[in-house]
Ligand binder design. Structure first.
Ligand code: NAP
Length: 254
């Protein structure tokens, strides 16, 4: 098992939620972490907390020029190297099947899938030098069906497929891949998508807590622990790791 000490890690969408919790944990473990996102004030707040181990780069993962700047910034902050890419940036996309619009679906796949594919492509030469890892953030939405959430669920299913093919293709270069499937974690994700309001959030998370075998929603730190494992475990590649409190089991009392 590798240590994170002195690793150089790029976490997209690190200005909030699970991405921030990954950055916090990796910095505590001694890594040099670069976080990206569109909202500068969110990134600056994280950097103010985490200090010089954390570097920020503003940008949109759907823009190729921004992606290039993100990778270059992470390599520079890491002293000329990159050990891991965490494809965390994403949005929640819900639309009923009989109300699909092409533009919405294209935005969902562009943001949640194609951006991660392009970033992963760009970091291959760097990760080959460090025998590094690419981690995708999937979702329990590929284990439990939530009506209305098919655009989001299919983007996350795509990431699981990518994880396996990339593992096979990049294995000879000693680059590993992995996909974390979190259960419910209270973050901005659903609020930003207008699924429910901040006032409604406690009740909504209480309602979903009971679907988890462990009876509660998770924390971003618990998800970050799984991401750390996939980055550091040297004989693990191509896996989908459920860090989900058991919601993916689909258990019910009958
Ligand atoms: N929370 C959960 O229950 C849960 C469960 C399963 C999986 N996940 C996954 O966990 C990951 C993190 O989500 P989260 O829950 O922590 O939500 P979050 O707080 O909303 O984080 C998502 C981040 O992605 C960034 N982002 C979105 N679109 C972007 C774009 N086009 N360019 C650059 N950055 C972009 C956002 O920052 P800006 O808006 O500033 O760009 C935001 O910081 C996502 O992949 C999500 O699908 C979450």
């Amino acid at each position: 098992m590798k240590s994170m000490r002195e690793m150089s890690i790029l976490v997209t969408g690190g200005g909030s939620g699970i991405g921030t919790d990954c950055a916090r944990r990796f910095c505590q473990e001694g890594a040099r972490v670069t976080i990206s996102g569109r909202r500068l004030e969110k990134l600056e707040a994280v950097q103010a907390e985490l200090g010089e181990h954390c570097h920020i780069i503003q940008g949109d993962v759907t823009e190729q020029g921004d992606r290039e700047r993100m990778v270059a910034a992470a390599v520079a902050h890491g002293g000329g190297k990159l050990d891991a890419l965490v494809n965390n940036a994403a949005n929640m996309y819900r639309q009923p099947v009989d109300g699909y619009t092409e533009a919405f679906l294209q935005e969902a796949f562009n943001t949640n899938v194609i951006s991660a594919m392009m970033l992963s492509s760009m970091v291959v030469p760097h990760l080959e030098m460090t025998q590094g890892a690419i981690v995708f953030i999937g979702s329990t939405h590929t284990r439990r069906a939530f009506p209305g959430a098919s655009p989001y669920a299919t983007t996350k299913a795509a990431l699981e497929g990518l994880t396996k093919v990339m593992a096979a293709e990049l294995g000879p270069k000693q680059i590993r891949t992995g996909c974390i499937l979190p259960g419910a974690v209270s973050t901005e994700l659903n609020l930003r998508a207008g699924i429910f309001s901040a006032e409604e959030a406690p009740d909504r998370y209480d309602a979903v807590a009971g679907l988890h075998a462990l009876g509660r929603i998770g924390t971003g730190t618990e998800v970050a622990e799984g991401v750390e494992y996939l980055i550091c475990a040297e004989w693990v590649t191509g896996v989908a790791l459920e860090v989900d409190g058991g919601i993916g089991l689909g258990a019910s009392n009958f």
